[in-house]
Design a protein around this ligand. Structure first.
Ligand code: BMA
Length: 364
């Protein structure tokens, strides 16, 4: 309750149309809420936060964020990889049935939900997203030899998305962030294995198939990695304003200890925000983190300044840190870690919002 005086409960879910109130589309509501964040704050998000953390897994109510800083993240990230093969758990062993529950409870708490997807190749389903010995994109886009196989993968994604409903049957709104970090060379959809045109075709087909064929509705995020220095470079892989809602960037590289360049990260976020403002979209820092948080003041000295030191970069709607798997692979803090106090200080800043801050903002 640190930040706002609650004045009125907003009627944001209902718009009047004639005399009968008509429920507004929850995806549009989410977009408007994220747009309204602007200068006011930045939502803190964390991947897999409710499922597991360092030294625990699947214990109801737990969250590394909450245990370190007293509240849940305002945004929860989830990963779909493996669903396209019909697996019941994702590639990080999160059961999809549990994920559905976490998504629902996160949404009901007021948090924003976002999905990433690291699919196996539809050309050879023994090849993970990180297998880069084969060109895949050209074979799965329309006209390609494995296009039908790819559609079957999308059907599995669609079935899961369709199952994300509240008890009264309302669809849970969410952000879908497929084909991220395409400017790098570590995924089979990366810059070394497809052309920008092939990539855009893949991206557009993915979104259009899920929406037009499968009747789904969601916000779509575009998130290259940090390999750009101009707007033109940023847009190399951009599939179009008509299908993208969230203008994002992933960036670990500019925070790597020894090779840090926070100024560069800020400049790139400014490119992201300026473009989002120009085309009336939401800007976001879609993925970051410091592997094993090896700098105890990383949050207040590096991550925070990357966007708070610039009035433009500070307009991002959210920043999401990657998962806390175990003591060898974690990207945010946890209770007992030497960066915990710094994290507390970071999230206590006026502009950094955990769940309660976000909920208060929505009620203003
Ligand atoms: C990567 C790592 C992997 C994980 C994958 C998908 O960045 O965290 O361990 O399997 O994301 O979540």
């Amino acid at each position: 309750m640190k930040k706002f005086i609650v004045i009125i409960l907003s009627g944001v879910l209902f718009a009047s149309c004639g005399s009968a109130p008509v429920a507004e589309n929850p995806v549009d509501v989410l977009f408007e809420q994220l747009k309204s964040v602007g200068d006011n704050g930045v939502l803190y998000g964390h991947q897999d936060d409710l499922a597991y953390g360092v030294n625990w897994a699947y214990e109801e109510g737990r969250s590394d964020t909450k245990e370190a800083a007293g509240d849940y993240p305002a945004l929860f990230g989830w990963e779909l990889g493996g669903i396209e093969l019909g697996h019941s758990v994702n590639l990080d062993s999160v059961p999809f049935n549990k994920m559905r529950q976490f998504v629902l409870s996160g949404y009901e708490m007021g948090a924003v939900i976002t999905f990433s997807w690291h699919p196996y190749s539809a050309v050879d389903n023994t090849k993970s997203s990180w297998d880069t010995d084969q060109r895949v994109v050209e074979h799965i886009i329309p006209g390609g030899s494995h296009h039908e196989a790819f559609k079957i993968q999308l059907d599995a994604v669609a079935a899961f998305f369709s199952s994300l409903k509240t008890q009264d049957g309302q669809n849970v709104p969410f952000i879908f962030r497929p084909w991220h970090e395409m400017d790098g060379g570590w995924f089979w959809w990366g810059s070394t294995l497809c052309s920008p045109e092939e990539f855009k075709t893949l991206f557009r087909f993915t979104v259009e198939y899920l929406k037009d064929e499968k009747g789904l509705d969601f916000l779509t995020a575009y998130s290259p990695d940090n390999r750009f220095n101009t707007e033109e470079e940023y847009l190399t892989w951009y599939p179009g304003d008509d299908i993208v809602d969230i203008i994002g960037m992933d960036n670990y590289g500019d925070f790597r200890v020894g090779a840090e360049n926070v100024e560069a990260a800020t400049k790139k976020l400014e490119i992201v925000v300026n473009y989002a403002n120009k085309v009336d979209k939401v800007a976001a820092f879609t993925e970051s983190g410091l592997d094993k948080v090896t700098d105890d003041q990383w949050f207040t000295r590096k991550l925070g300044p990357a966007f708070l030191q610039s009035k433009i970069a500070a307009q991002i709607a959210y920043v999401m840190l990657w998962r806390n798997a175990d003591t060898t692979h974690f990207f945010s803090t946890y209770s007992g870690h030497s960066s915990e106090n710094d994290f507390k200080e970071f999230v206590s800043r006026e502009k950094i919002w955990l769940l309660e801050d976000w909920n208060e903002f929505k009620r203003r």
